[in-house]
Design a binder for this molecule. Structure first.
Ligand code: PMP
Length: 408
């Protein structure tokens, strides 16, 4: 028995997809020129799959803050905050996040993934019960796996189903119910009905935790996310997010209206036993947070580009998985067709994401587009033209699929 035998199905699946051209899960850019342009070889590529929602990775102030932080405090923290201490950047960003969102407590983590892992696993103890949306992101699921609380799933985006399950659960002796949802869902770009979830949680005395990884900076009058947009930010117990999207860096955060959240720093293993984010990462996110407050026009532009692309793709007859938003997912018939189209789009100079099971809801195969406030109208037209041309190539693409499968 070979140690890698258990990956043989995954290997054949990957081999088949790679026969169609570039490996969609191993793309290497020779250059990233700005928030919307990259280069592979001599080919200039429109980046339409980077989650760089506000386009701040190349913002002059964010870059300067990051460079200064390296000059002042070095390239790495070399340890965790519990064991090795906090840098001024960590504390400053936590203060700024709490101030910006009006929350009592904010904790910064090394990635968004670790944020959910740490917070969910720790907030829900053995006597508590977790209730999570059926389409939850992998790091929410992994947080639940690490927690000693039982986990109950409710139907995606269904406050009514959550209500039913909380009712069925009844009072929890010596424990609490913690409900975990997302704001904007990363694959289909559909939104949670947050105000309705707040009502259900209040009715049952349950705590509400929202992962706003894809919606922080993007929605709400001051960019705090969809809970703010729906006017219920002050009724949400915990909000988590990432620096790797609107905040133009890498890292994560969890904020809470409860001052008591502070004690969990000394209980969250994925906070305590890993190195803290670097001064430069944190300083970039801090500068991006200022931009989120100062530049609502970034959100306006992002919304307009989302409307433009959504309308254009609908007019071309594509089946889209959600309403207009910075995430637009185009449903394709299956994984192999989607992979062949993904390759063709890249050859035309348009980079989108290939999203396939198990990372997608309903086992769907998607060409997933994520937009940026930095995209111009012309770049959206370039994306639309590429999708239109792709329709004209369906016979050629199908022949490629059949050839790959026959060789398979
Ligand atoms: N939550 C959601 C909903 C996500 O989509 C992601 C990553 N795409 C994360 C958390 C993790 O964020 P990070 O990349 O910072 O680990």
């Amino acid at each position: 028995m070979d140690i890698f035998d258990k990956f043989s199905t995954l290997k054949s699946r990957t081999d088949l997809v790679t026969k169609l051209g570039t490996d969609p899960f191993g793309v290497k850019f020779d250059d990233i020129e700005n928030a919307t342009r990259g280069r592979i070889g001599n080919r200039s590529i429109v980046l339409a799959g980077t989650n760089n929602y506000l386009g701040l990775t190349f913002d002059e102030d964010c870059m300067a803050a990051s460079i200064n932080a390296i000059k002042e405090h070095g390239t790495g923290t070399t340890g965790s905050r519990i064991a090795n201490g906090s840098y001024t950047e960590h504390v400053d960003l936590e203060d700024a996040l709490a101030r910006h969102t009006g929350m009592a407590s904010a904790i910064v983590f090394s990635t968004g993934y670790q944020t959910n892992l740490a917070a969910i696993a720790t907030l829900a103890g053995p006597k508590d019960v977790l209730f999570i949306d059926a389409d939850s992101h992998a790091c929410i699921i992994d947080g639940c796996r690490l927690s000693s609380a039982p986990t109950i799933r409710f139907r995606h985006n269904s406050p009514a189903d959550l209500d039913k399950r909380l009712t069925r659960q009844g009072p929890i002796e010596d424990g609490i119910a913690l409900v975990v949802i997302e704001g904007l869902y990363s694959m289909f770009g559909d939104r949670a009905p947050i105000a309705e979830f707040v009502d259900v949680c209040q009715k049952h005395g349950a705590y509400l935790y929202i992962d706003e990884a894809h919606s922080f900076g993007v929605f709400g009058p001051t960019g705090c996310g969809l809970a703010e947009e729906e006017g219920v930010l002050d009724k949400v117990d915990f909000i988590s997010g990432t620096f790797s999207k609107s905040l133009a860096s890498i890292g994560g955060f969890c904020i809470s209206k409860h001052k008591g959240f502070e004690i969990t720093r000394k209980a969250m293993r994925a906070y305590m036993f890993t190195a803290s984010p670097t001064p430069s990462n944190v300083a970039a996110a801090r500068a991006a947070l200022d931009k989120i407050g100062e530049k609502p026009e970034l959100r306006d532009n992002l919304r307009d580009r989302g409307l433009q692309l959504h309308q254009g793709l609908s007019e071309l007859g594509f089946e889209l998985c959600g309403p207009p938003s910075p995430i637009i997912a185009v449903r394709r018939p299956n994984e192999i067709v989607a992979a062949s189209e993904w390759n063709w789009l890249l050859e035309q100079g348009v980079y989108v994401n290939l999203a396939v099971p198990p990372g997608t809801p309903q086992s769907s195969s998607l060409l997933r587009i994520s937009l940026s406030a930095a995209h111009t109208k012309e770049e959206i037209n370039t994306i639309l033209q590429a999708f239109k041309d792709m329709q004209g190539q369906s016979d050629v693409l199908m022949a490629k699929v059949q050839a790959a499968m026959a060789a398979g």
